[in-house]
Design a protein around this ligand. Structure first.
Ligand code: SF4
Ligand code: SF4
Length: 295
């Protein structure tokens, strides 16, 4: 773990950010955010958002009240639970009422639990001040490119000021908002991890540049995740054949980026309703019907 000391102190009990901590502390995600404000070519809305989570699984969508109840139940049963994340199934900041209602209630009822959120960044600049009101010290942002020509190949459209903006123009707005949001968070002392989805033939050669750019802005960790391309996840570009990277390709890129940037290598792309230690998923023990059956 090569994180600088002041960051390490902040993340020592966060299972996602410290390789030692992920054996001792547990995290959970609650899926309270169904909508999204952009379209990624690799996303098929039936499944979790790959901002953070493994695409291709369907998580149990909860209301904020149900989510709070679930967190309290899990915290009572898994004492190592230190972190609660909202990561989907859509984009948490495209569902600000639901996301912030959950955070508001948890800040009050469980002030010791650290909160985190992941986002594609489009709505971030306008919500940074609201985010800062809660017990949030980490944000994960998915940044797949800093070049709108590459962005146009990843994002067919974004939803912006009540209309769809297509292609390069949409990608340009998204990239600007992401960079602005990143800067605003860093300025406020919030740790930012950047996720990138590695898409062979589209942004694989570009991600080293992304890594440099986000490091320069102050992101503390970069997590390159493989595109998970399986027929049932839908199509990429309308083309069935888009493949994910091989293990060696992914490792090569992570090695290339690690010269400039702290790379995260133990992210498990957990599902949007994962519960437990990293690498374990006890979500099935804590479904809403089971929790409500105890009452
Ligand atoms: Fe899907 Fe997430 Fe992309 Fe939205 S940001 S389109 S939910 S992968
Ligand atoms: Fe941690 Fe990655 Fe899982 Fe998020 S998806 S909880 S960062 S391991």
């Amino acid at each position: 773990n090569h994180l600088p000391e002041h960051i390490r102190a902040k993340v020592h009990n966060h299972p996602c950010y410290s390789e030692e901590a992920h054996h001792h502390y547990a995290r959970m995600h609650v899926a309270v955010a169904p909508a999204c404000n952009i379209q990624c070519h690799y996303c098929n809305r039936k499944y979790d958002c790959s901002n953070e989570s493994r695409p291709g699984v369907v998580s149990e969508l909860l209301t904020p009240d149900q989510a709070v109840k679930k967190v309290m139940t899990v915290a009572a049963n898994i004492p190592q639970m230190t972190v609660l994340g909202i990561a989907g199934p859509g984009d948490p900041l495209a569902n600000p009422e639901r996301t912030f209602d959950t955070f508001r209630q948890l800040t009050e009822k469980a002030p010791d639990i650290k909160l985190c959120v992941s986002t594609n960044g489009l709505a971030l600049p306008e919500l940074v001040d609201e985010l800062c009101k809660h017990n949030i010290d980490h944000v994960t942002m998915t940044i797949n490119c800093v070049d709108p020509d590459i962005g146009a190949q990843i994002y067919p459209w974004i939803f912006w000021k009540n209309r769809r903006v297509y292609g390069r123009k949409g990608a340009e707005i998204l990239i600007k908002q992401q960079q602005k949001g990143l800067q605003m968070l860093v300025d406020r002392g919030i740790l930012v991890k950047v996720n990138s989805v590695m898409i062979p033939g589209v942004n694989d050669k570009h991600l080293e540049e992304v890594s440099k750019a986000v490091k320069a802005k102050g992101a503390f960790l970069h997590n390159v995740m493989p595109l998970i391309a399986e027929a049932e996840h839908g199509t990429f570009y309308g083309v069935m054949g888009q493949r994910g990277p091989t293990h060696d390709e992914l490792q090569e890129l992570q090695d290339a980026c690690s010269g400039d940037m702290n790379m995260m290598r133990h992210c498990r792309q957990c599902r949007a309703d994962a519960v437990g230690m990293l690498g374990e998923d006890r979500g099935d023990e804590f479904t809403m019907d089971k929790i409500e059956a105890v009452d």
